[in-house]
Ligand binder design. Structure first.
Ligand code: URA
Length: 209
Protein backbone atom coordinates (compact mmCIF):
# COMPACT_ATOMS: atom_id res chain seq x y z
CA UNK A 1 0.00 0.00 0.00
CA UNK A 2 1.43 3.36 -1.04
CA UNK A 3 1.85 6.03 1.59
CA UNK A 4 -0.07 8.74 -0.28
CA UNK A 5 -3.05 10.91 0.68
CA UNK A 6 -5.01 12.25 -2.27
CA UNK A 7 -6.89 15.33 -1.13
CA UNK A 8 -9.94 15.23 -3.37
CA UNK A 9 -11.89 18.08 -1.78
CA UNK A 10 -14.22 19.65 -4.40
CA UNK A 11 -12.79 23.16 -3.94
CA UNK A 12 -9.27 21.88 -4.46
CA UNK A 13 -10.24 19.87 -7.54
CA UNK A 14 -12.09 22.82 -9.05
CA UNK A 15 -9.18 25.19 -8.51
CA UNK A 16 -6.73 22.62 -9.87
CA UNK A 17 -8.76 22.33 -13.08
CA UNK A 18 -8.51 26.09 -13.64
CA UNK A 19 -4.76 25.92 -13.00
CA UNK A 20 -4.37 23.13 -15.54
CA UNK A 21 -5.95 25.19 -18.34
CA UNK A 22 -3.27 26.36 -20.76
CA UNK A 23 -4.79 29.85 -21.04
CA UNK A 24 -4.98 30.64 -17.31
CA UNK A 25 -3.02 33.88 -16.72
CA UNK A 26 0.01 34.17 -14.44
CA UNK A 27 -2.01 36.36 -12.13
CA UNK A 28 -4.85 33.82 -11.81
CA UNK A 29 -2.45 30.90 -11.55
CA UNK A 30 -0.58 32.56 -8.69
CA UNK A 31 -3.81 33.44 -6.91
CA UNK A 32 -5.04 29.85 -7.27
CA UNK A 33 -1.75 28.44 -5.96
CA UNK A 34 -2.23 30.58 -2.87
CA UNK A 35 -5.79 29.42 -2.35
CA UNK A 36 -5.06 25.76 -2.99
CA UNK A 37 -1.96 25.85 -0.75
CA UNK A 38 -4.12 27.05 2.11
CA UNK A 39 -6.64 24.26 1.57
CA UNK A 40 -3.93 21.61 1.23
CA UNK A 41 -2.24 22.88 4.39
CA UNK A 42 -5.56 22.55 6.22
CA UNK A 43 -5.67 18.85 5.29
CA UNK A 44 -2.00 18.11 6.00
CA UNK A 45 -2.43 19.48 9.51
CA UNK A 46 -5.65 17.60 10.18
CA UNK A 47 -3.96 15.16 12.60
CA UNK A 48 -2.01 17.69 14.66
CA UNK A 49 -2.34 16.72 18.31
CA UNK A 50 -4.48 18.79 20.66
CA UNK A 51 -4.50 19.24 24.38
CA UNK A 52 -6.81 21.37 26.47
CA UNK A 53 -6.23 24.55 28.39
CA UNK A 54 -8.39 26.07 31.07
CA UNK A 55 -9.67 29.42 29.83
CA UNK A 56 -12.22 31.92 30.97
CA UNK A 57 -14.87 32.88 28.41
CA UNK A 58 -17.01 35.93 29.16
CA UNK A 59 -19.56 33.40 30.50
CA UNK A 60 -17.61 30.80 32.47
CA UNK A 61 -14.48 28.71 32.74
CA UNK A 62 -13.90 25.88 30.25
CA UNK A 63 -11.31 23.34 29.13
CA UNK A 64 -10.66 24.50 25.55
CA UNK A 65 -8.70 22.66 22.82
CA UNK A 66 -5.32 24.05 21.85
CA UNK A 67 -2.51 22.69 19.65
CA UNK A 68 0.12 20.69 21.47
CA UNK A 69 3.18 18.82 20.33
CA UNK A 70 5.77 19.89 17.81
CA UNK A 71 5.83 23.35 16.30
CA UNK A 72 5.85 23.55 12.52
CA UNK A 73 8.48 24.30 9.93
CA UNK A 74 7.56 24.65 6.26
CA UNK A 75 10.40 23.89 3.89
CA UNK A 76 10.26 25.15 0.32
CA UNK A 77 12.09 23.13 -2.28
CA UNK A 78 13.32 25.91 -4.57
CA UNK A 79 12.15 27.46 -6.77
CA UNK A 80 8.54 26.41 -7.28
CA UNK A 81 8.02 25.45 -3.63
CA UNK A 82 8.05 29.17 -2.80
CA UNK A 83 4.73 29.52 -4.60
CA UNK A 84 3.03 27.40 -1.93
CA UNK A 85 4.44 29.24 1.08
CA UNK A 86 2.20 32.32 1.17
CA UNK A 87 -1.04 30.36 1.29
CA UNK A 88 0.29 28.07 3.99
CA UNK A 89 1.58 30.98 6.05
CA UNK A 90 -1.82 32.66 5.79
CA UNK A 91 -3.20 29.65 7.62
CA UNK A 92 -0.32 29.17 10.07
CA UNK A 93 1.43 32.54 10.39
CA UNK A 94 3.73 31.42 13.20
CA UNK A 95 5.34 28.55 11.26
CA UNK A 96 9.07 28.79 10.63
CA UNK A 97 10.29 28.56 7.04
CA UNK A 98 13.32 26.79 5.59
CA UNK A 99 14.61 26.59 2.01
CA UNK A 100 16.44 23.85 0.15
CA UNK A 101 17.92 24.52 -3.28
CA UNK A 102 19.25 21.70 -5.43
CA UNK A 103 20.22 21.47 -9.08
CA UNK A 104 20.98 18.44 -11.18
CA UNK A 105 24.57 18.13 -12.36
CA UNK A 106 24.44 17.57 -16.13
CA UNK A 107 27.31 15.08 -16.12
CA UNK A 108 26.72 13.03 -12.97
CA UNK A 109 22.90 13.56 -12.87
CA UNK A 110 23.31 13.85 -9.09
CA UNK A 111 21.49 16.51 -7.06
CA UNK A 112 23.92 19.24 -5.99
CA UNK A 113 23.01 21.59 -3.14
CA UNK A 114 23.28 25.34 -3.82
CA UNK A 115 21.23 26.61 -0.87
CA UNK A 116 20.24 25.23 2.51
CA UNK A 117 18.83 27.26 5.39
CA UNK A 118 16.48 25.88 8.02
CA UNK A 119 15.80 26.72 11.69
CA UNK A 120 18.45 25.33 14.05
CA UNK A 121 15.77 23.46 16.04
CA UNK A 122 14.49 21.58 12.99
CA UNK A 123 14.77 18.26 14.86
CA UNK A 124 12.08 19.52 17.29
CA UNK A 125 9.63 20.54 14.58
CA UNK A 126 7.15 18.86 12.30
CA UNK A 127 8.57 19.62 8.87
CA UNK A 128 6.17 20.08 5.97
CA UNK A 129 8.29 20.09 2.82
CA UNK A 130 6.62 21.54 -0.27
CA UNK A 131 7.14 21.35 -4.02
CA UNK A 132 4.16 21.70 -6.38
CA UNK A 133 5.13 18.90 -8.79
CA UNK A 134 6.30 15.41 -7.83
CA UNK A 135 7.48 14.25 -11.26
CA UNK A 136 10.52 11.93 -11.23
CA UNK A 137 10.75 12.78 -7.50
CA UNK A 138 14.55 12.99 -7.80
CA UNK A 139 14.86 16.49 -6.36
CA UNK A 140 12.25 15.91 -3.65
CA UNK A 141 13.92 12.66 -2.58
CA UNK A 142 17.29 14.44 -2.37
CA UNK A 143 15.77 17.41 -0.51
CA UNK A 144 14.13 15.14 2.07
CA UNK A 145 17.41 13.26 2.51
CA UNK A 146 19.18 16.58 3.10
CA UNK A 147 16.60 17.50 5.74
CA UNK A 148 17.03 14.13 7.45
CA UNK A 149 20.83 14.55 7.35
CA UNK A 150 20.28 17.97 8.93
CA UNK A 151 18.38 16.39 11.83
CA UNK A 152 14.72 16.53 10.77
CA UNK A 153 12.89 13.57 12.29
CA UNK A 154 9.24 14.09 11.49
CA UNK A 155 8.60 15.10 7.88
CA UNK A 156 5.52 15.31 5.66
CA UNK A 157 5.66 16.14 1.97
CA UNK A 158 3.05 18.24 0.21
CA UNK A 159 2.64 18.72 -3.52
CA UNK A 160 -0.09 19.79 -5.91
CA UNK A 161 0.29 17.13 -8.55
CA UNK A 162 2.17 13.84 -8.69
CA UNK A 163 3.07 11.27 -11.34
CA UNK A 164 2.61 7.59 -10.40
CA UNK A 165 6.33 7.07 -11.09
CA UNK A 166 7.20 9.86 -8.65
CA UNK A 167 4.92 8.53 -5.93
CA UNK A 168 6.50 5.08 -6.23
CA UNK A 169 10.08 6.37 -6.19
CA UNK A 170 9.34 8.72 -3.29
CA UNK A 171 7.69 5.98 -1.24
CA UNK A 172 10.60 3.62 -1.85
CA UNK A 173 13.17 6.24 -0.84
CA UNK A 174 11.27 7.66 2.15
CA UNK A 175 8.60 5.22 3.36
CA UNK A 176 8.38 7.13 6.65
CA UNK A 177 7.36 10.41 4.99
CA UNK A 178 3.63 10.84 4.41
CA UNK A 179 2.90 12.25 0.99
CA UNK A 180 -0.06 14.56 0.31
CA UNK A 181 -1.20 15.59 -3.15
CA UNK A 182 -4.32 16.97 -4.82
CA UNK A 183 -4.06 14.46 -7.69
CA UNK A 184 -1.97 11.66 -9.17
CA UNK A 185 -1.93 12.08 -12.96
CA UNK A 186 -1.51 9.47 -15.68
CA UNK A 187 2.24 9.38 -16.32
CA UNK A 188 5.53 11.15 -16.90
CA UNK A 189 6.49 11.97 -20.46
CA UNK A 190 10.00 11.53 -21.87
CA UNK A 191 11.00 15.04 -20.84
CA UNK A 192 9.96 14.37 -17.25
CA UNK A 193 6.74 16.40 -17.41
CA UNK A 194 3.58 15.19 -15.69
CA UNK A 195 0.80 14.25 -18.16
CA UNK A 196 -1.77 15.74 -18.47
CA UNK A 197 -0.31 17.96 -15.72
CA UNK A 198 -0.24 21.74 -15.83
CA UNK A 199 3.09 22.45 -17.51
CA UNK A 200 6.04 23.95 -15.68
CA UNK A 201 4.74 25.05 -12.29
CA UNK A 202 7.64 27.43 -11.57
CA UNK A 203 7.27 29.18 -14.93
CA UNK A 204 3.52 29.49 -14.46
CA UNK A 205 3.79 30.85 -10.89
CA UNK A 206 6.53 33.34 -11.67
CA UNK A 207 5.64 34.12 -15.29
CA UNK A 208 9.06 33.18 -16.60
CA UNK A 209 8.08 31.29 -19.72
N1 URA B 1 7.98 20.09 -12.93
C1 URA B 1 6.98 20.86 -13.42
O1 URA B 1 6.92 22.05 -13.13
N2 URA B 1 6.06 20.29 -14.21
C2 URA B 1 6.08 19.00 -14.54
O2 URA B 1 5.20 18.53 -15.26
C3 URA B 1 7.13 18.21 -14.03
C4 URA B 1 8.07 18.78 -13.23
Amino acid sequence: MMNVHIIDHPLIQHKLTIMRRHDTSTRSFRQLVNEIAMLLCYEVTRDLPLTTEKIQTPMEEMDAPILSGKKLCFVSILRAGNGLLDGMLNLIPSARVGHVGLYRDHDTLQAVEYYYKVPSDINDRLVIAVDPMLATANSSIAAIQRLKDGGAEHIKFLCLLAAPEGVKAFNEAHPDVELYTAAVDRELNEQGYIMPGLGDAGDRIFGTK
